[in-house]
Design a binder for this molecule. Structure first.
Ligand SMILES: [Fe+2]
Ligand SMILES: [Fe+2]
Length: 280
């Protein structure tokens, strides 16, 4: 019987609970020597847990929209933080030699300074677009690693997280559509918001997390930019085979306020471009 987590008001908030995962049944031999998975899981656990820090900024941005604020507080935040706890528990079972708490403390110290309200888009509708881009990034990333990994407990965990992320995208998009009815956005403003947030997705938080994970795991080796470049190259190599480019393009193009026929027209060239960039 799965646990049901309740919020302060007694409402069930989570579709699944990481405490129900049978971590003892992990096939460690199938995963322990996979450096790519270690760095990816440890870094993602640090980033996901941080949702608790920036939820307040989002709530402030959407003050006045009771439905959205309620959903952020009682669903979205708990689900993101649970992703972090689940990944942390997995890392600690498979790599008990890794000092997760030290990496988390160092990451948190640096990341807190970046979590400011100025990071958000001025326009609430465009911030919802930015949220959809972030959720597209996480949905497709977990989709890719679910396709890549063979260890059964982790595959199931990735499947659960991926579904949550896709639901977050859908919910943020619903809210965006409501906002855009009263204040329509131009295709240009939406596209530039998408671009801005996409370039950030590959940047700061995952870089900072990787840096601290690397330093804690390799105390005798000072972190160098080359270590990040090597890791990024490893990710890119795997992405060619496992990353769902058509899903990512479809999710992003859906956000642009143009007629359906135009969406189809721009979707295919974008897919080609994404694959070309990934090949470099
Ligand atoms: Fe998440
Ligand atoms: Fe999410």
């Amino acid at each position: 019987m799965p646990h049901t987590v309740k919020d302060e008001a007694g409402h069930a908030t989570l579709r699944w609970n990481y405490r129900d995962i049978d971590f003892a049944s992990i096939d460690k031999s199938a995963i322990h020597d996979d450096d790519l998975m270690f760095y990816m899981l440890a870094s993602a656990s640090l980033v996901e847990i941080m949702a608790e820090l920036y939820t307040d900024n989002l709530i402030e941005k959407f003050r006045g929209n009771a439905e959205l604020v309620e959903w952020l507080k009682s669903h979205w935040q708990h689900e993101e933080v649970q992703h972090g706890y689940a990944l942390k528990a997995y890392v600690r079972h498979v790599w008990p030699e890794f000092d997760w708490h030290t990496a988390n403390a160092r990451f948190r110290e640096e990341y807190v300074a970046l979590c400011t309200a100025e990071q958000l888009e001025d326009d609430p509708a465009l911030e919802l677009i930015a949220r959809c881009v972030v959720e597209t990034g996480t949905t497709t990333m977990y989709h890719a690693v679910h396709d890549y990994v063979r260890e059964p407990v982790l595959r199931k965990l990735f499947a659960d997280i991926k579904t949550d992320e896709a639901n977050h995208y859908a919910r943020f998009r619903q809210f965006y559509e409501i906002y855009s009815k009263s204040s329509p956005k131009s295709p240009w403003s939406v596209t530039s918001t998408i671009w801005r947030r996409m370039t950030e997705i590959r940047g700061e938080d995952s870089y900072i997390a990787f840096k601290h994970v690397f330093s804690v795991r390799n105390p005798a080796m000072p972190f160098q930019e080359q270590n990040w470049r090597d890791f990024s190259r490893m990710v890119k190599n795997k992405a060619r085979r496992h990353y769902p480019y058509p899903v990512a393009v479809k999710m992003l193009v859906k956000l642009i306020p143009v007629p359906l026929a135009v969406r189809h027209m721009i979707g295919w060239p974008l897919l080609g471009m994404a694959r070309l960039v990934a090949r470099k």
